[in-house]
Design a protein around this ligand. Structure first.
Ligand code: C2E
Ligand code: MG
Ligand code: MG
Length: 682
């Protein structure tokens, strides 16, 4: 070992002369063994080296020492060594010391070079915006930053040391809405070894919300880890600038509302969605009637103020999913989605919105202690129509708006003239129906129901509206309207009242016919329906067992339990229940069995084609047999000829109602015909 090792070795007396030196030592020092032994330690070591006393002290204390020193070659030049010195005993028991040393010049040079590079990197990264890093994900998913430059302090507000081993604390600083996406992007980059680039938000203790971008190249390490080299920088300013540009491009600077570009975008989406979902929507042009005058007379700041306020009022009126846009001076456009699946109902809904817009614009604006009123003219166009594009829709609404203006401002006009007509007509009807109820324009007719012998054993009350100008309005024209507007509640109650008064009179006159009253679903479901009926029965003294309520099957679709309870309560009072238009609705046999019903009325449409049509005949037969099995009576509606009557009677239909026997006739006429001659007022 002594002869062949590449390290230099001396054998010496402890603290004394060098006894031998190996060939490697001779080569390093450029001296022969004899020369070395002759020169001794004091010449071969650099005695001025400040590291020397420490080494000597260590060896004396511990018996061995290790360290770095300078040595002197034969030619007098100094060089760096790394050395160990230890005491040992030879075979004779003599204490000796060994000194083993190795030229350290190259290693020191490399170390210095490395340090210089680290310093360089540090210096460079000090002046780079953001942080340079090595980022590592272990196979177990642990995240760490083996290297991170100083910039870590600004980018994440942590020191590089804090995240060297474990970077999980940084996840808490990522915006919760972005965290999943950030983690997903890391995984993707790790799997594909494609660069990791991502923009996301962080929330930092000092800086608050900031935008960050990362950009790093991954590599796979032998242990399955992924190591990225890259940087992370602040892009908050850029993001804000982008948002600003977006606002400029798509929003009106004065009011903050969407501008024409964004409106077009939204209309495009709405059209597609409306076609897909079979829903109608509307575009409304709103033009302020006297904005120009106010603006000219009072100046632009007042004008601007007015526009801003109008914008706010319009926005407050609409749902979030609708759009209010400003597309020019005093022109606003409303885009309203999902009005309904029926075109006429949608038109009415649009009209309701437009009327609300008109009403909100009607309210005066208070600006600098002055009060201004600027009414609006509104044009509506419905979508989607076949082939209709964005520009068509905008043009149509614009056209309608001009019509509204030209017919006297502060108006609402539809582009579709038929809609205009329909909507206006309904609005008028609605107002008039209100009056009709108050001024006694409603009349009751009765249609007899006859038994197998042709005897009128019951009658159905049917309401009529005797309009001062329109004449007799049929119920199909105003009952649905009354249902929609809620007028059905007072109207329906009035009919029940009339029925009960009539029943009381009939009882006094000895008439035993039952009277049927049609009860709308909305009326039946109203909170106080049961107590109101009870109060009417009490105040009129009517025999409840002669009162029949006709309801339709649609009633049972909603809230079945509640319905069942309510019917049972009324049945307890003695009132009987009949299913009107049976067979046209939700015909579930289940409710027939569970409800305390009295009768079914087979809808006119089935009766019409008996006994010729095989299918309808079969349906009527089965309704009859099923009803009888369940203990229900059956009335056939709309019996118009003898053949129908014969067929129905042959199949045990209990009662028949239709033009063949009697038209609906005014209540007093019917009572007189039944033989009542009292003097009570109608
Ligand atoms: P409904 O209860 O099914 O009434 C039967 C309708 O059929 C009545 O029409 C009646 O005049 C008609 N009709 C009777 N016999 C024949 C016939 O042989 N042939 C044909 N083609 N028709 C016949 P009306 O009076 O126009 O009433 C229509 C609907 O209006 C009623 O249908 C009912 O749903 C509703 N209605 C009427 N009065 C009231 C009411 O006071 N309250 C409520 N909620 N609805 C009512
Ligand atoms: Mg009826
Ligand atoms: Mg009916």
């Amino acid at each position: 070992l002594f002869e062949h090792t590449m390290d230099g070795v001396f054998q010496a007396e402890p603290g004394g002369a060098i006894l031998s030196a190996n060939p490697a030592a001779c080569a390093m020092l450029g001296l022969s063994e004899a020369e070395i032994c002759q020169r001794g330690r004091s010449e071969l070591l650099d005695l001025s080296d400040p590291r020397l006393p420490g080494l000597i002290a260590a060896r004396q204390r511990d018996g061995q020492a290790r360290g770095e020193l300078r040595m002197r070659r034969g030619d007098g030049t100094l060089f760096e060594v790394e050395l160990t010195s230890a005491l040992y005993q030879d075979r004779a028991g003599r204490w000796l010391s060994s000194i083993v040393f190795r030229d350290n010049t190259e290693r020191r040079r490399l170390n210095q070079q490395l340090q210089a590079q680290v310093n360089l990197l540090d210096n460079l990264s000090q002046n780079v915006p953001g942080v340079l890093y090595q980022f590592q994900m272990s196979p177990d998913g642990r995240l760490s930053y083996p290297f991170a430059s100083h910039g870590m302090r600004t980018i994440y507000e942590v020191t590089p040391e804090q995240v060297r081993e474990d970077a999980s604390m940084l996840l808490e600083r990522i915006h919760p809405d972005d965290l999943q996406d950030v983690l997903g992007s890391i995984q993707t980059s790790a799997q594909t070894l494609q660069p990791w680039r991502f923009e996301y938000r962080v929330i930092l203790p000092e800086q608050g919300l900031r935008w960050r971008v990362c950009n790093a190249q991954p590599e796979r390490l032998p242990d399955g880890s992924t190591l990225w080299h890259g940087f992370n920088a602040d892009i908050t300013d850029r993001k804000e600038a982008e948002a600003h540009t977006f606002r400029l491009a798509y929003f009106d600077a004065l009011t903050g509302l969407p501008n024409r570009s964004l409106l077009r975008d939204r209309i495009d989406q709405s059209l597609a969605q409306a076609r897909r979902n079979r829903q109608y929507g509307a575009v409304m042009f709103v033009d302020l009637d006297n904005f120009k005058q106010i603006n000219d007379a009072r100046g632009h700041s007042v004008g601007d103020h007015l526009l801003t306020e109008v914008a706010q009022r319009l926005q407050a009126l609409l749902r979030v999913e609708d759009t209010v846009a400003r597309i020019g001076g005093d022109e606003f456009v409303l885009l309203i989605n999902d009005l309904g699946q029926d075109v006429e109902a949608s038109a009415r809904a649009a009209m309701t919105v437009a009327e609300r817009v008109r009403a909100t614009l009607d309210r005066p604006h208070q600006i600098d202690s002055f009060s201004y009123t600027s009414t609006g003219s509104i044009g509506i166009s419905l979508f989607p129509k076949a082939g209709q594009q964005i520009d068509d829709l905008l043009r149509e609404a614009d056209t309608a708006m001009y019509r509204a203006k030209s017919t006297g401002r502060n108006r609402v006009a539809f582009f579709e003239l038929t809609m205009q007509h329909e909507v206006e007509e309904r609005l008028a009807l609605e107002q008039e129906l209100n009056e009709a109820l108050a001024t006694g324009q409603l009349r009751l007719h009765v249609q007899s129901q006859v038994d197998a012998h042709g005897q009128a054993v019951a009658g159905e009350l049917l309401v009529r509206w005797l309009h001062p100008l329109r004449g007799l309005v049929p119920p199909m024209r105003f009952i649905p309207l009354a249902e929609e507007t809620g007028l059905i509640l007072p109207l329906g109650e009035w009919v029940i009242e009339q029925a009960c008064q009539t029943l009381a009179r009939m009882q006094r006159g000895g008439l035993t016919q039952a009277l049927s009253v049609n009860v709308s679903a909305r009326q039946f479901r109203s909170d106080d329906f049961v107590p109101r009926v009870r109060a009417i029965l009490q105040s009129t003294g009517a025999p409840a067992h002669q009162l029949i309520f006709e309801v339709t099957e649609s009633l049972f679709i909603q809230d079945w339990e509640h319905c069942l309870r309510r019917i049972s309560e009324l049945v307890q009072m003695g009132i009987r229940f009949s299913i009107d238009d049976f067979g046209t609705g939700y015909s579930s046999l289940r409710y027939l069995q569970r409800l305390p019903l009295f009768e079914l009325k087979i809808d006119r449409s089935f009766v019409q084609d008996t006994p010729h049509d095989v299918n309808d005949t079969a349906i009527v037969r089965s309704i009859l047999s099923m009803a009888h099995h369940l203990g229900l009576e059956v009335v056939a509606e709309g019996v118009e000829n003898r053949a129908q009557a014969d067929f129905l009677l042959a199949n045990q239909c209990d009662r028949l109602q239709g033009y063949l026997f009697a038209q609906p006739q005014p209540l007093e006429d019917w009572l007189a015909q039944m033989g009542l001659n009292d003097t009570s007022p109608a």
